[in-house]
Design a protein around this ligand. Structure first.
Ligand code: SAH
Length: 250
């Protein structure tokens, strides 16, 4: 059980955070580290841009969402390094550049668009990517199979008051049929195949981005699947390292 007190990490909704998160928003342990400065996030974004990601809506969202508020205070000093970090329960928050890459792949399917449509996220984790998605999409459904992480994400996200974001506790392998079809589906956990439910719940014109192992024991790669009137087409991208996609809830 997560025994930490349930305390909102940010006092303002995201659209009012603007250039600077007030110092009071930061956990006491991070005060004085300079993490509340917009500048620290802008530096992170410039490094990601230098790596070749130029999707402006994604870079803008990365510069807005305070990643240090989604990790334990003891790790907050590393929040703007391009590194994955533990979030408890054997899970990790992905590197910012990998999150940016996945979100940019979703935008690539909608050239010129400033927003994604309805998005399904599998693997809420600490809620960081869900917060980014809520800035970028009209509606976000995010599913987590581990109850303590679902609860943690709810706490982390509460004060942001993102009304277009819904957190669901459940097995994301089944997708979330009540809100299907989705214009975009993104998974933060990878298995050896893509669940049929994801393919079925992807809208015609939509794109799915997920890590997967291309065979038993094979390395994990990022894949994207586009659905059009004729069916589904898959592309394999670079190698990645995500946590395993598991079945059921816990
Ligand atoms: N996007 C998250 C990353 C979390 S790591 C963040 O920003 O923090 C991946 C998450 O996927 C883990 O929390 C893990 O519990 C979850 N996961 C794995 N299999 C799942 C499944 N079948 N359904 C829902 N969540 C799953």
């Amino acid at each position: 059980m997560d025994e930490r007190p349930r305390k909102p990490r940010f006092p303002l909704p995201l659209d009012r955070i603007g250039a600077r998160v007030p110092a009071a928003a930061a956990p006491a342990a991070t005060a004085g580290l300079g993490l509340d400065s917009h500048a620290v996030r802008v530096r992170m974004v410039e490094r990601i841009r230098a790596e070749g990601i130029h999707c402006e809506p994604v870079l803008q969202a990365l510069s807005q969402v305070p990643r240090h508020g989604f990790v334990d205070p003891g790790l907050a000093a590393q929040a703007y390094e391009d590194t994955s970090l533990p979030i408890g329960h054997g899970q990790t928050i992905s590197k910012p550049s990998v999150v940016a890459r996945m979100l940019a792949l979703l935008f690539e399917r909608r050239p010129g668009a400033q927003r994604l449509g309805r998005v399904l996220e599998i693997g809420t984790g600490c809620g960081y990517q869900a917060a980014l998605l809520s800035c970028l999409a009209t509606q976000v459904i995010s599913i987590e199979r581990l109850r303590p992480l679902h609860d943690k994400a709810r706490d982390n996200l509460a004060a942001l008051r993102q009304h277009n974001l819904r957190l669901v506790y459940g097995d994301g392998k089944l997708g979330h049929a009540p809100n299907a079809p989705y214009d975009a589906i993104v998974s933060a956990a990878g298995g050896e195949d893509l669940p049929q439910a994801w393919l079925d719940q992807l809208a015609v014109g939509g794109r799915l981005v997920a890590p997967m192992h291309t065979g038993a024991g094979a390395a994990q790669v990022l894949v994207s699947v586009d659905r059009d009137e004729n069916g589904w087409s898959r592309r394999v991208h670079e190698g990645v390292r995500f946590v395993p996609l598991r079945s059921g809830t816990a």
